[in-house]
Design a binder for this molecule. Structure first.
Ligand code: SAM
Ligand code: SF4
Length: 356
C-alpha cells in the first residue's frame, strides 16, 4: 500500500541520515569535549575484597538487574557507532563474569572494522593465566593489572581473598601472550609506602608501565580508615624523585593520569590524582554499568538509565537518542574532597559499580 511504502522509505532515509550524522558527529558534550572513551563495568562481582574498594560482606546486585552479555554488546556497539574509539572493560572483576570471552570476542569485530582503536581491560590478574592468550586472539593488546604490593602477606591483607601466586602467574602468562601490561598501584600510607621504589624497579625489570592511584572516597567503607590511608601523590612523586631521575612526559591520554619518564628503567610512571589535580577539563570518558546506567562523571551521581531503551525496544534509535541526551548533561567536573576538617565527602557508589 502506498502509505506504508512511503513510511518504509522515510524510515530507510531516517536510518541513513542517522548513520551519516553519527559518522560525521562524534558525541560532543556541553563543554566541547569529544566523548571517545567508554569504560564498561561488566559485573559488580569480584573474587577479591580489596579493603579500599569493598567491604568483606558485600551484597551484590540481583542477577535479574544485570544486563546480559548480548545487551552489553548492543550497548557498547551503539557507543562505538556514536564515536567511541576506546573501550575498557572493568568491574568488579571483568574476568570472573561467566562467558566473558564471548563478549570480548564479539567486541573484537569493531577492532577488525577499524571503528574501535583499542579494546582493553582492567583486571586484578587472578584469571589472566587462563585467559591471556584468548584476549590476545580477540585483539586485546594491553591490560591494566591492579597490584599494590610485592609482599604476599600484605597482598592478602589488602585483597583479603586474593592469591598472590595466581596473579604472578597471570602476569607471566600476559607477557608470554604478547600483552603489554600496566600495573595500577593504589598508594596507601602505612601500607605500601615502604615499597614504592621496589615496585618501580620491578616494573622496570618486567617491562611493565606503572600508574600510582590516589585512594578515592568511594562507597561506604569507613571514612576514618580512608583518611588514614590517604597519601597524596605529590608526596609519592617527591619520594620517588629521591632515588629516580624523573622527567615530565608530554604523553597524554585524555585521562586523569600525568606521566613521568624514569631514566634508569626507561619506562613511564603515571599518577592519577583525582583529589589533588583537576583533570576534568580534558575528560573524554563516560562509564556504563552492568545494570545499564550511564554515568557521565565518576565523581557525580547524575546518570541515565539505558536499560529501558535496551530492553523495551528492538531498534537502536531510542538507545542512541538516550546516549546523546545523557552526553548533553555531562557535568563540567567532579567534587571529590578529602578534608580532615570537614570529613570525607564521598559518592555513595562503590568503585566496583562504576568500575573505577
Ligand atoms: N577488579 C579490577 C581491578 O582491581 O583491577 C577492576 C575493577 S577495580 C574497581 C579498578 C581499579 O580501581 C583498581 O585499580 C583498583 O585498585 C581501583 N580502586 C578501587 N577502589 C579504589 C579507591 N577507593 N580509590 C582508588 N582506587 C580504587
Ligand atoms: Fe575486586 Fe578490583 Fe575492587 Fe579489588 S579493586 S575488590 S579486585 S573490583
Amino acid at each position: 500500500m502506498h502509505g506504508s511504502k512511503e513510511q518504509e522509505v522515510t524510515a530507510v532515509l531516517d536510518d541513513a541520515a542517522r548513520i551519516a550524522s553519527d559518522q560525521q558527529a562524534p558525541m560532543i558534550d556541553p563543554f566541547g569535549r569529544a566523548i571517545s572513551y567508554l569504560r564498561v563495568s561488566v559485573t559488580d562481582r569480584c573474587d577479591f575484597r580489596c579493603v579500599y574498594c569493598m567491604s568483606e560482606d558485600m551484597t551484590f546486585l540481583p542477577k535479574k538487574d544485570v544486563l546480559s552479555l548480548e545487551e552489553l554488546d548492543r550497548a557498547c556497539s551503539a557507543f562505538v557507532r556514536l564515536g567511541v574509539r576506546k573501550l575498557r572493560l572493568t568491574g568488579g572483576e571483568p574476568l570472573v563474569r561467566r562467558n566473558i570471552m564471548w563478549l570480548i570476542e564479539r567486541l573484537g569485530r569493531h577492532l577488525d572494522s577499524g571503528a574501535l582503536e583499542e579494546l582493553t581491560l582492567t583486571t586484578n590478574g587472578s584469571q589472566l593465566a587462563r585467559y591471556a592468550e584468548d584476549l590476545y586472539r580477540c585483539g586485546v593488546r594491553r591490560v591494566n593489572v591492579s597490584l599494590d604490593t610485592l609482599d604476599p602477606g600484605k597482598f592478602l591483607e589488602i585483597t583479603r581473598w586474593g592469591k598472590y601466586d595466581k596473579v604472578m602467574e597471570g602476569l607471566e602468562a600476559a607477557k608470554r601472550a604478547g600483552l603489554q601490561v600496566k600495573i595500577n598501584c593504589v598508594a596507601l600510607k602505612g601500607v605500601n609506602d615502604d615499597e614504592i621504589h621496589r615496585i618501580v624497579e620491578w616494573c622496570g625489570e618486567e617491562g611493565f608501565d606503572l600508574t600510582f592511584i590516589e585512594v578515592m572516597p568511594m562507597g561506604d567503607i569507613g571514612n576514618e580508615e580512608r583518611l588514614d590511608q590517604y597519601w597524596p601523590l605529590t608526596m609519592v612523586r617527591a619520594e620517588l624523585a629521591r632515588r629516580w631521575t624523573l622527567t615530565d612526559s608530554d604523553y597524554v591520554t585524555g585521562g586523569p593520569a600525568r606521566y613521568v619518564h624514569v631514566a634508569e628503567t626507561g619506562r613511564k610512571i603515571g599518577f592519577i590524582t583525582p583529589l589533588t589535580h583537576n583533570f576534568c577539563e580534558s575528560c573524554n570518558r563516560v562509564r556504563f554499568t552492568c545494570t545499564g546506567m550511564l554515568y557521565m562523571c565518576l565523581g557525580q551521581d547524575d546518570s541515565a538509565d539505558l536499560r529501558p531503551a535496551l530492553r523495551e525496544r528492538e531498534d537502536d534509535g531510542a538507545l542512541e537518542d538516550s546516549i546523546r541526551e545523557a552526553i548533553g548533561r555531562k557535568p563540567k567536573g567532579h567534587d571529590f574532597v578529602i578534608d580532615r576538617r570537614r570529613g570525607a565527602k564521598s559518592v555513595a557508589r562503590h568503585m566496583s559499580v562504576t568500575g573505577g
